[in-house]
Design a protein around this ligand. Sequence first.
Ligand code: GLA
Length: 732
Amino acid sequence: MPIYFDAEKQTFRLDAGTSSYVMRVGPHGYLLHLYYGAHTSDLDLSYMEPSLPRASFCPRPHGDPETFFSLDYYPMEYPAYGAGDFRTAAVSILGANGCASTDLRYRSHEIRSGKYALKGLPSVYANETDAVDTLDITLSDELTGAEVHLLYGVFADRNVITRATVVKNAGTAPLTILKAASAAMDFPTMDYDLIHLYGMWAQERWISREPLTHDTRTVGSLRGSSSHNHNPFAALVSKTADEDHGEAYGYSLVYSGNFAIEAECDSFHSARILMGIHPTDFRWHLEPGESFTTPEAVLVYSNEGIGEMSRTYHKLYRYNLCRGEWKEKKRPILVNNWEATYFGFDDEKLLDIAKDAADLGIEMLVMDDGWFGKRNNDHCSLGDWFVNEEKLKGGLKPLVDRVNALGLKFGIWFEPEMISPDSELYRKHPDWCLCAPGRKPSIARFQYVLDMTREDVRDYLFTVISGVLSSANIVYLKWDFNRNLSEAGSALLPPERQQEFFHRYVLGLYDLLERLTSAFPHILFEGCSGGGGRFDPAMLYYSPQIWTSDDTDAIERCRIQYGTSMVYPASSISAHVSASPNHQTGRLTPFETRGNVAMAGAFGYELDLTKLTDEERALVRKQVAQYHAYYDIIQNGDLYRLVSPFENDVCCAWEYVSADRSEALLTFVVTKCRVGFTTFIRLRGLDPEKRYQDVETGRIYSGDTLMNVGVNLSRYWKDSESLICHFREVTE
Ligand code: GLA
């Protein structure tokens, strides 16, 4: 078992891969956090606890005048509000006395084999070959009867520890949770940089790296979704950490709603990081006997740099979070008609695209927005999920059959959570749109949001979407979400429960996704939110790929995909070749470059294939062949980020290495043209003793030469401004 408990020293040690995590039941039963990092063989780390005499401004619990123990500066495992720890709290629960001060002490624990699951919430799971155990520590507050279960899922063979918290009302009076983080962690120093992923629509997941300072910093979302603006991920990395060296602690939240990641450094120069549901506009009422479960936080430790942290997440999320038939199945190369036609299409136009797609080796046609109700622009019809027969004569089936007859699969777009005021659904059920009672809802992209907390709304959506999916041979569904939540509230919730709305919305969304993915296991779900506005681990649990950004400009995508790769595997990063000039930026980019960049994800096209020149058609055929040839290395290999587009203003580069290190693919992109620059790139992750041949030039290098000396790329590229070099092991 990777979980040890020393009863005499009252100490827990969790050994996950090459990392250890140590806690101790300290004075008065407070659970202390002693260490997280590279492996330690010792259990007794109590010498790490601070022993400085502190001022009278550091309260001592229970009037204990003799010891130096104060919650104000001891490292806490799950810090509670209001009992003398003045740093950012993980938990605060209102008791019957109306006070928020919360006092949690260790009561018991249980070690179980296998990984815990969370009711109604997505979480990482163990496959048959994974050794994972669960530690469940019970803390409780004697006065209020609040019982807090700290859950730890410990992977014996990987540097992964998952955490979640269950708060139970084991008392006799109602409780109100004001805050319940998924995980918290204290560090004895603040010598770290904070990395997080920020952005906006069409510019998601840019990388920010800043030193921790003496303040409290919050990265989060109050938009009702994980958002374009901040991703539910952060890392603390040592000051000198780079892709290949140094320590990196990753914190990733499996959640799609309002979240907060808080990092605080106190006056004693120690650091605390917390993550969970955002405490703003959150309150959860618990009757005696009821429980509340937080989303899961996934902790990854690396002492081989930031790159290794990412690779650990990639494997975990690909194989232990994504589910279903499509989890490991090769994804079809698709063509999506959005940027080809926008709303201006009919069945004949789609068939023209499909014919060219079939001829070029593309495997699936995705019909995007505009096929339902009377939707010829974005002003109407969301909620009216019946086919517009003016566009698709005779309905969906004849079109899908004809597309199938060409040898192509068929996919469809939905935006289930939305409702247009100009829709039959809204005229029938105006109360189904979410709204704080008494307020008028704001409008965004001419649409309101459906109240996903309501069972009748979810039942309607399940029935109507199932009907469409069953009406023809549909194998793919793009699930979009094109606005954020405002005036949040539900017509069905009593006033004292309205602040449960945001979380209940997310639970409702997961419930519907669970029902639909279970009912249609053969369908590949692709997540989307105006591009990558809900690109989070929880959505990956239901949809193994997500549309990464509405910005399809290949040069812009370098940053977006590079940042996304911090946590998410290539198999989840949908990337399409689109038209040039690009529709978002107007930039002209060579066709090869657009293909080379899109090749780094779940690959497809998003342009009018009927308008391609012969030369471009030849390039599509070449890219399709490359996709098949490189599929295994990219999707199942290890990613090495080589040149960051955030640090280098003229180029970027990344590399995939096959699991057995017999092949590598180096992608290099010029992001800004400049006369006469020479680029030497050193590869990573190869076997220094193997010999590798550049498949295109035939030149043979030893692995150590490629990694230590590098390749001279300026001798390779022509006018495409990018290239993919394929290196294959040679044995003779
Ligand atoms: C969002 C998506 C796009 C497209 C449009 C359709 O913006 O990100 O890919 O589906 O909606 O309205």
